[in-house]
Design a protein around this ligand. Structure first.
Ligand code: ZN
Length: 386
């Protein structure tokens, strides 16, 4: 059986400048590592009008159930800033690997590939291992994971459990796993009044006090107190605009934008119903018209602690000596799509430098994550959770 060095593979992946939605050979590098291990690899290119084509990779070894899948992305955010070394050079200095994607999340993909190699080399194999790797996570996520999942479903391919290699850890590898994520939605408010001369306010209808009243009501409302797995939901205003340069004109329109990060007590529909109700109250009081526009990035989800989460936690403990914290914090990830198909958790490297200048990860952390993934595969196939 072929052995795989996770650090060398991480370096090879980082050397492909795969800034979303470019691939730049990253999937070829991974496929080149997986094929000798016996994985059959399929390249799935999806495209939609108005979007750039995105390459994705689905690889599987084994025919039987259960199918344990590792999901991740080879695309990265642009390097930005002034780096101490080439962001795509994958230089190792004092035991630390530097490069865009080192933490988020090329090194985790390399670690899981190396772990699969070690697991398969032991021989006694049950079930199947899959890789679902997209090139469209940091962008719009339209032609990536959600399309691959639909394609798999059409083929009758059923994933039983999934780990996403996002950098879930905080101070040390495996100290935290993500078992869910908050939902996120954006709302734009437009208040329409009647424009007029400031000297004759009675002949105008000023939208600014109406918008101010609405902003105050919404910002002052407590959405909830949090739940067993989630922090309290938050509503934050991100902009308030009138754009009126004249000092003698009451403007006809005022706008504001807000973002809500919400837990499983809410849905986009319930939140819109609440905002609509508040807007109607203000509209009645002021005579202004209020229009709302929403866009939903993801709804809240959680994989409740049970057999699968337990197995992940104990596998981590067997390597690090401590059980991980369960978190639902942070931004959205592709786990929001996977949760519709199977239980999913995120387990990856420390996230301190993700998306930053001089993104880096300790070589020892890549090796430790590989050990954790091996322990997880061993435990999973020894006693698959139902
Ligand atoms: Zn990521």
């Amino acid at each position: 059986m072929t052995m795989l060095d996770p650090v060398a593979l991480a370096q090879a992946l980082i050397r492909c400048p795969s800034v979303t939605p470019r691939d730049e050979g990253a999937l070829d590098v991974l496929q080149g590592a997986l094929k000798p291990l016996g994985f059959s690899c399929q390249r799935l290119v999806f495209e939609e009008p108005g979007t750039e084509a995105v390459a994705n990779l689905y690889a599987r070894t084994g025919n039987g159930a259960p199918l344990f899948c590792f999901a991740g992305h080879t695309d990265v955010v642009p390097p930005g800033g002034q780096w101490k070394s080439d962001p795509f050079g994958a230089e190792i200095r004092d035991g630390v690997l530097y490069g865009r994607g080192a933490a988020d999340m090329k090194s985790a993909i390399a670690a899981f590939a190396a772990a699969a190699a070690r697991y398969l080399a032991k021989g006694a194999r049950k079930g199947s291992i899959g890789f679902l790797i997209t090139g469209d996570e940091e962008g719009d996520a339209i032609n990536g994971t959600c399309k691959v999942l639909a394609w798999l479903k059409d083929k009758g391919e059923r994933i039983d459990h999934c780990i996403v290699g996002e950098p879930s850890s905080v101070a040390a590898v495996g100290d935290t796993i993500k078992i869910g994520r908050r939902g996120s939605m954006n709302v734009r408010l437009t208040v329409k009044g009647v424009q007029g001369h400031v000297a004759y306010p009675a002949r105008a209808r000023n939208p600014i006090p109406a918008l101010a009243a609405l902003v105050t009501r919404l910002a002052g409302h407590k959405l909830d107190d949090g739940t067993a797995h989630f922090e309290p939901s938050t509503l934050s205003f991100t902009s308030i605009d009138v754009g009126n340069a004249a000092t003698n004109v009451i403007p006809g329109e005022a706008r504001a934008a807000l973002n809500i990060r919400f837990n499983e007590l809410h849905t986009p529909e319930s939140l819109m119903a609440f905002i609509n109700g508040e807007a109607e109250t203000i509209a009645k009081q002021t005579g202004c018209e209020i229009a709302l526009e929403q866009s939903v990035s993801g709804t809240a989800f959680v994989t409740k602690p049970g057999k699968f989460i337990d197995l992940v936690a104990k596998s981590i403990e067997s390597v690090t000596g401590r059980l991980p914290d369960f978190s639902t914090g942070g931004g959205t990830s592709d786990a929001r799509f996977i949760t519709d198909y199977c239980p999913v958790a995120e387990l990856g490297l420390p996230n301190a430098t993700m998306h930053k200048t001089d993104e880096c990860i300790a070589v020892a952390d890549i090796q430790r994550l590989t050990d954790i993934y091996v322990a997880l595969l061993d435990a999973y196939f020894k006693n698959p959770p139902q």
